[in-house]
Design a protein around this ligand. Sequence first.
Ligand code: FAD
Ligand code: DHB
Length: 393
Amino acid sequence: MRSQVVIIGAGPAGLLLGHVLHRAGIGFTILEARSREYVLGRVRAGVLEQGSVDALAELGLDADLRERGLTHHGIHLQFEGGRHLVDFVELVGRTVTIYGQQALVRHLLAEHDRLGSDIRFEVADVTPTGLEGSSPSVSFTDAGATTSIDAEVIVGADGFHGVCRPAIPGIRAFERSFPFGWLGILADVPPSTDDLIYALHPDGFAMHSMRSLEVSRLYLQVRHDESIDDWSDARIWDALQTRLGVDGWTLHEGAVLEKSITPMRSFVASTMAHGRLLLVGDAAHIVPPTGAKGLNSAIADVVLLGRALIAALQLGDERGLLAYSDAALARQWKVQQFSEWMTDLLHVHEGADAAARAFSYRSQVGRLEYVTGSRAARQSLAEQYAGLPFTTE
Ligand code: FAD
Ligand code: DHB
């Protein structure tokens, strides 16, 4: 079998790249290890930058987003019992859109169904080979039968635990892991706030987000090794009430529809390209979720790679492909430092002892007072949260 591009992974990055290629008339096959139901069931990110919204609109993939997305003008930073609005519109003239990754994946997949795209779910033993030559291929097992597809280019959109990054010889990693994670819940209750709340509290970070005007999404900082079984719904709501509470405001509780714990990690691969294999999204980089950048970075990579692939496969111009890794990594390192900064700013750090912990906490309050009190600092946060340009053109 032949396909111009084989995309490994049907997460948001792989599914979106399929649409970019379809629009350009480039043939592709998507190989996904999990079932369609599993892919549709994953609850993850929730915030889209303006650049992500624009990219979806340009591809005509924004119908559901327009209907269900919630435009937000800023975020609240909360500490020491006070809540402070960082108003993106006033500071940088931009907004963000709350639209769940789950809804995005559902829409991208529905559109692929409409187009009759070649997406194979539940394939196993996916192995990219011949990456250094001009005709790479991917072998895999589909319904028990081993088969392979020859391609011009292979794209690794297979997330952090995928097979593509490890297939690059000599690849190195830059990483930092955090001793805490996020416990996230989806709750059947209208949001108690208009804008997202990011809160530093002596017990740990908490956040109030949402998925719609009926469903709330909330997060708590927990130790990285905690089990979700130790967190009853009542304990979760108690912790949220304590950490998010301010005078004169009520956090409304509701049935917990889903709950899970996500570890936090910063990770960047030393390269995003090797011969005819190119990486996009979590396959190449991971951020802690505090800056809401994981999904947006995946979309930014796809926009950049999409252009490079169209130039290479339709015009024979390989310059974009050759420049892709450096360009994507340059943007990604700016995103990394912002995500790390937001994470350090808002989480309680263990420190060597009680004195170190107390210093760290007081210093974070100082930083938050500086950020909320300085227009220049707020503007810097707003510029990065609302999203850096996707390309430098
Ligand atoms: P993925 O969404 O991981 O998709 C990769 C796909 O490849 C998956 O469908 C996987 O099944 C498939 N795959 C893997 N291995 C193979 C293989 N060998 N063969 C074929 N297919 C394979 N970001 C935020 O900004 N905010 C959040 O709150 C947030 N929460 C998150 C919670 C969790 C549990 C995780 C893991 C991530 C979260 N993220 C969050 C990050 C965000 O969801 C990711 O950045 C985003 O999903 C990246 O998309 P992707 O398509 O690159 O990778
Ligand atoms: C959501 C996730 C994030 O990581 C974030 O910073 C803001 C919101 C969310 O899931 O809604």
